[in-house]
Write a protein that binds this ligand. Sequence first.
Ligand SMILES: [Zn+2]
Length: 511
Amino acid sequence: MQLRDAQRAYILHTLRQLRSDWPRVVSSLISSTDTQDEIAEMKIAIEGCCHGALPAIYSHIAALEARHRYKVDLLLICGDFQAIRNERDLQCMAVPDKYKQLGDFWKYYTGVEKAPIPTIVIGGNHEASNYLWELYHGGWLAPNIYFLGHAGCIQVNGIRIAGASGIFKSQDFPHGHWERLPYNQGSMRSIYHIREFNIMRLSLLSRPTIFLSHDWPQGIEHFGDTNGLLRRKPFFRQDIKTGSLGSPPMMGLLHTLKPDWWFSAHLHCRFDAAVIHQEAVPQTSASGDTGEGTNPDEIVIGDFDDDTVDAPIAGGSSVVDERGAPPRSGPSSSAVPVSRTPPEVDLPTPAPLFVPIRNDDEIILDDEELEVSQPPAPLPKPLETKFLALDKCLPKRQFLEVVDVPIPADFIPPDSSAASVPGQSSAANSDNTVTLSFDPEWLAITRAFQPFLSMTRTNAPYPDEAQAREAVSRELEWVQKNVIQKAGDARAEETSQSRAFVPSKTANNLL
Ligand SMILES: [Zn+2]
């Protein structure tokens, strides 16, 4: 049976959606079609906080690969990465002195060690903030380790991965990036507080597959097993009660962008949830000032070290539960300071239930009525965001999981000549080449908002949504013409071709 591309893409998409609900039935359906080998997926490992534990994370993944006989294609790290290159970087990281240790990142930075898996990271609230500032728009922290930027979106084998670094703190939200070296106790912290500028830019993205944030979206605990979370973390009770657990702008972005997956860290425990976007978002009493003062900011490393030890990871790895549980109570998502987000207009309209229209003059026999009765049309599957927060890398903690993410049907792998481009090896593991590409839409957003990137406390007035979208579409034309066409490819220029990793120190003069 020959299928047109669009038909095939639609069928594959539908099968993937159904597979989580009826895995056995759908697997047999897939195997009985000629499309079986076209469902390509990436096996993506998700890590909560890193806290400098790169070797332990990579060896944990290697153990999982050996145990389960699969290959992990990509690692995502949700902040507190701690890209400490040298002793000076330690002076820019906001942690108590006892945690100021050089760690192992410098080995990856200098080439003594090589990250075995392409790794994408965002920043948290314990970082070498001077180094992350150098890569504000994203870039290679080390070979094979890519920083998504203070805000960013790239494509990995066509899968769109967006993210925001830092954590929410209301008093710094509206400011520009005024911090300068040498940091004092105040600027060393405010520098990683997320700014409205970046939320505004991210809110203009069309739907990504994955979103990474360090802190949780505010109120996300209501979309999962809240009581189970409270049993493990009873000291969350007050923040949950006041609606101040998590970041308000992140929940705003979750509802605006509706990604398939949202991964977080920060609170040092595992928690999963599912947000069904078809559900009307309940407006609760949470107001614009939620998060003021009581946001779980500034978690001091070690606060959670003495917590009750969480249950060990069952089987070492699991594909996240994909249940579609509706929210158990209303999220406090009304406290969204992103006034420019579009309304939720892209939800599928439920098909009307079958309602027979009866002619009163018509005589209907019983068996005739049976013939006209039909089952109701199936409702379209609502958009869903699967949320997963993970712990930090310590024994017996739930810090890493592996999920399968389908590669878009329209993704075209680069030709083999790209492999000779300097830096290309930065995005490869031992068995597979993973292609990192700039996202054209994000490039356009970056260009459109460059005039509004403030280096002082105050910002120039931002454009309204209509002006911003117009500017983005104008810049998208520029990107099409000057980046994509010049690259001679229908895709964006590969990230590694434009900015290879450039070390500032070698291992020899560092030691
Ligand atoms: Zn952490």
